[in-house]
Every structure is written in structure tokens, then in C-alpha cells.
Design a protein around this ligand. Sequence first.
Ligand code: FNR
Length: 367
Amino acid sequence: MNPPDRIPAGIYNAIDYERLAPQAMDAGRHAYVAGGCGWDSTVAANRSAFGRWHIVPRLLRDVRAGHTRLALGGLDLPHPLLLAPVAHQRLAHPQAEMATARAAAATGTLMVASTLSSCTLEDIAAACGPARWFQLYLQPRREDSLALVQRAEAAGYRAIVLTLDASIQLASRSALAAGFAMPPDCTPANLAGLAPPQVPALAEGDSRIFQGAMRHAPTWDDLRWLLARTRLPVWVKGVLHPQDAVALKDAGCAGLIVSNHGGRSLDGAPASLAQLPAVRAAVGGGYPLLMDGGIRSGADAFKTLALGANAVLVGRLQMYALACAGALGVAHMLQLLTEELHATMAQAGCAQLCDITPDTLTPALPC
Ligand code: FNR
């Protein structure tokens, strides 16, 4: 289904990759990537939240020394646009994460490799630049989680991103309707060879959720265990409640990612952007905070930075660009997003990321 790796006609903005992706992916795979869970209400909320804010242009400011460089987690990055952990990238392209990693290396972008990647974390590390973090799903057995962490340390990943919001994920209704099933060549390469955990049968009256799916869900005890066992900084992804944010900061996490998993975990969860200001207020100004969910343009990234994030992550856009044009597409999408951010900053009179303060925005009037 994938066309040859060249930039397709009609791509003017990063979001055009979303528009063209259905032509590059079969319907089931596209539905799986595009969908959220349940009725997709949180997917929609993530996007509509950006419409609640306008960016106010400023005049006569000299931005000729403008740039988007930042220091994050000990890395010097050219821009605050990160590649979110996205599993099963062979769904989008035969080269899967190897193509994404090459695009990350070419553009200096920080890539977060998923536990559930189609390629091994070692192969991704070899193709990626030094700016790489490993996203961890805790495994039912601690020794398996520890083995993943130690492999990530050995492969030169610079941080662990612990995702905590996906212990249960309801299926996407659109993926179900399209008859999607995970193809055998998309199984998670990092977990090959792990014996499936022994799962005792549910007793009569047990809940399939509480005593079933949530049996191995991480707890505060697991977080403390992980923090004590790795020398890498640990970021937590999936934070929406300000009280969780404060407790995670106090527990010793290096930083947090405000996220609702792209609307794929709890249908009805608020937009990431809607929660961001309260989370920022709770953790204070100096604490590292990232956000993802619904980012499709440089203007979206600008609004996110203005509302308190130090950097943003893009999820689905990387899969759409990968499907349309492989590594070239992902690099092109990142270049377009970066230029869109530059253009937005220039017009808002911001020469550096630290100029993107809340007062660069104004609430949109209710329609
Ligand atoms: C994801 N996401 C995700 N998150 C994570 O921590 N580990 C993972 O393996 C995955 N896998 C994954 C697969 C697919 C197909 C999608 C669409 C998303 C969530 C991802 O990191 C991010 O939070 C969202 O994608 C951000 O929203 P947008 O940018 O897709 O709107």
C-alpha cells in the first residue's frame, strides 16, 4: 500500500500528512492509528482545545536573532518538537521505527522509542541520534521490566519515559468496525522471547477489570521500585491531575508528560491542553513539563508552550508521515512543523522559547 518514499504532492503544512494518510494506509491500519477509544470524544477534545485560544500578533519587534533551541534533560535540542512513543510502526511502513529514527537523527529531534516498537530498542538506538529516550511499559514480572531498563541503559538511551495511563485501553470503535487485527509482523520486537505471565483464572464474582486487566497495573510501589533501580532520569507520561503531578514530582521523577495517550485510554478524559495550566501551576515554574495530544501545527505547539509546556510531542503525525513517505516524510513533517513554529513565533514577536508566555494568547470568544 505504501507509495515510493518521495514527498507526495499537496503537502504544504504538517497537517497535510494527516489528510493524505488514508491514501497510503489500508483502511483498518488507518482506523487503528487515527482512532482513540470508545466514541473518540477525547480525541476530539484534544483537537478542539486549541480552538479556544488565539495568538496575538505583535508589531515592530526585532526577531532576527530568533531560534528555538532548548536544553532538555541534559540534551541540547534544536527545537521543542519531540517524537512521541508510538508502537507498532510497521503498520505504517516496512522500515518502521528504523525510518523514524533516521528522520530523528537527520533533524536532531528527540525520539522516544516505544516498548512496543516493531524494531528492537538496540536497532533503533543504532539508527537514531544521541537524543533518544526509551518509553517503558512495566511488565507483569519485575525481572522483565528490569531487563528492558538495563537494555535501554546499555543502548545509550538518556531517559526512561514511564507510561502509566494505559493499563486498560478500550478498543477503538472505528478500528473494530474496519475489522482491524494486529498483523503478525507488527509484534513488539523488544518483548520477543518473554514467557507470557501465569494468569490465574478469575474466581466467580471477580471483575474482568479490577481483578483481571488491572491485576498487573503499576502502583506507587512499582514507581518507587523503578526509581531505585535505574541510573537514568525517569519521566512519567499520562499525567492529567495536578495532585498526581505534585506527588510524582515529590517522588523524584525528572519530569512529567501531560497526556491522555492521544485519547486512546479513557474516553471522556479532558484534553491535555485543558489540564496543562493547572498542572503547571501545581508543579511550579522550574519543573520540566511536556505535553502531547492533538498537536498538528506549529501554532498548536506555540499555544502549548504558552500554556506551560517546555516542549511538545507529536504522535499520529509521525505515523501519517511515515506511511506517506518513510524517513523522508517524517523528516519533512518535522521540518514543516518547525517552520510553522518559527513563523508563529516571529509574528507573535517571540525570538526565543522563553518569550512564549501566557500573555501571547487570548481566549477565543465562544461561538
Ligand atoms: C500511541 N501512544 C503511545 N504512548 C506510549 O506511551 N506508548 C506507546 O507505545 C504508544 N503507542 C501509540 C500507538 C499509536 C498508534 C498512537 C496513535 C499513539 C500515545 C502517543 O505517545 C501520544 O500520547 C499521542 O499519540 C499524542 O496524541 P496525537 O499527537 O497522536 O494527537
